[in-house]
Design a protein around this ligand. Structure first.
Ligand code: NAP
Length: 292
């Protein structure tokens, strides 16, 4: 058996077209375009690429974008001052602080300083709390992107066993929370899963991953999940983005897992484009939430 490959780029393009129409309508009714301000500290080449991709995507759907650069040696205070300025700027609706920040700057201090209404990454504790309680203001971009891939590929989540490998605050934990809800952005069939979350201390990981109808992997280990760890016919979503000798690759060993899985996201052209699309969706929602 060879898995159906789920084309994230295609799904993201479909969503971006929908967002472009909604942005045009918003501008027609309310005058100003939504605006996303990106904050980039230092010169991390991967971060440069991510921010450029996000800005290009903004341009494609009619969202304005700004780029605020700080040097590698910027202090916590420099960064807090910039965030404060963007929080007070009525022309800025969403603030994106590109991670990782240089060593020595505590990320939580910075992310907590972003105004909750402008927190389009859904990292602020207020927004995380609302999401966990099932009354989300914004949905976390990567987990929501995964949900959209499943939904738009016709994969039912409700009642199925989902195993998530990785428990980060950015992917694993919010992913588990979203799929546990009773209802959500993709309707009750897109949530209501029976969720298991694994991490580096999980005992006998393969025996757990093999139980998954839907396996979602976000650990940052190149090609870690192999065919023996996957239940035949499972849907496998690879969130990982790593570089190895062959170039960009996911956390899933694509070559072996595609022979076992029912469907599988590739890297690149998998989850990454959806993360960007969901950021655009949140920026539009933020502009709506901040209408005077
Ligand atoms: P992270 O903060 O480093 O967290 C990694 C998680 O994986 C931790 O919970 C860790 O467990 C777990 N883990 C590590 N090694 C493991 C192992 N051998 N067995 C089981 N669990 C293990 O990473 P992240 O921010 O979630 O990112 C994960 C990957 O997704 C990275 O490759 C990142 O680049 C990618 N990513 C992609 C997108 C996208 O848009 N496609 C977005 C975000 C992240 P412990 O908690 O026990 O340490």
């Amino acid at each position: 058996m060879s898995a159906i490959i789920l084309d994230g780029k295609l799904i993201a393009a479909e969503i971006q077209n929908e967002i472009a129409e909604e942005v045009a309508e918003f501008i027609q009714n309310d005058g100003a375009a939504p605006c996303l301000a990106a904050v980039l500290v230092g010169e991390n080449p991967a971060s440069e690429v991510y921010v450029r991709n996000k800005q290009r995507a903004c341009g494609r759907v009619g969202i304005e974008s700004q780029l605020h650069r700080l040097a590698d040696d910027a202090s916590l205070d420099d960064l807090l001052t910039l965030i404060g300025k963007l929080n007070r700027d009525n022309n800025v609706h969403g603030i994106l602080v590109q991670l990782p920040l240089p060593r020595g700057i505590e990320e939580k201090r910075i992310l907590d300083a972003v105004h909750p209404l402008k927190d389009v990454d859904c990292f602020h504790p207020e927004n995380v709390g609302l999401m966990v309680q099932g009354r989300a203001r914004y949905l976390p971009c990567t987990p929501h992107g995964v949900q959209q891939i499943l939904h738009r590929s016709g994969i039912t989540v409700a009642g199925r066993r989902v195993v998530i490998v990785g428990r980060s605050d950015i992917v694993g934990k919010p992913m588990a929370n979203l799929l546990l809800q009773r209802d959500g952005a993709t309707g009750p069939d897109g949530v209501n899963a029976t969720v298991t979350v694994c991490h580096s201390r999980t005992a006998d990981l393969p025996s757990v991953t093999r139980q998954a109808d839907i396996l979602i992997v976000a650990i940052g280990r190149a090609k870690f999940i192999t065919a023996e760890m996957v239940k035949p016919g499972a849907a496998v979503i690879d969130v990982g983005m790593n570089r190895d000798a062959d170039g960009l690759c996911g956390d899933v060993d694509f070559a072996s897992v595609r022979e076992v899985a029912g469907c599988l996201t590739p890297v690149p052209r998998g989850v990454g484009p959806l993360t960007v699309a969901m950021l655009l969706r949140n920026t539009l929602a933020a502009a709506m939430a901040q209408l005077p």
